[in-house]
Design a protein. Structure first.
Length: 74
């Protein structure tokens, strides 16, 4: 399965930047894209491992619940 690199923009708009066969390549590309962040291009760069492009976009579009808050005892 390939690794897909996306820019997740405002309102969840997905823009595919690249796809790679190995995580190492995808991670290096994503880090470079984050470091060279274009000031005029909003969004986060994400790496997704999926069977195909459609599955990657589906996973990136899903809303994840926040983990339960653990209160510290005083």
């Amino acid at each position: 399965m390939p690794y897909y690199v996306y820019r997740v923009g405002t309102l969840g708009v997905l823009n595919k930047l690249a796809d790679f066969a190995s995580f190492r390549e995808a991670s290096a590309f994503a880090k470079a894209a984050r470091a060279g962040g274009d000031a005029g291009v909003p969004g986060r760069v994400r790496v997704m491992f999926a069977d195909n492009e459609l599955a990657a976009e589906d996973l990136l579009s899903q809303v994840r619940e926040a983990p339960p808050h653990i209160a510290e005892d005083d």
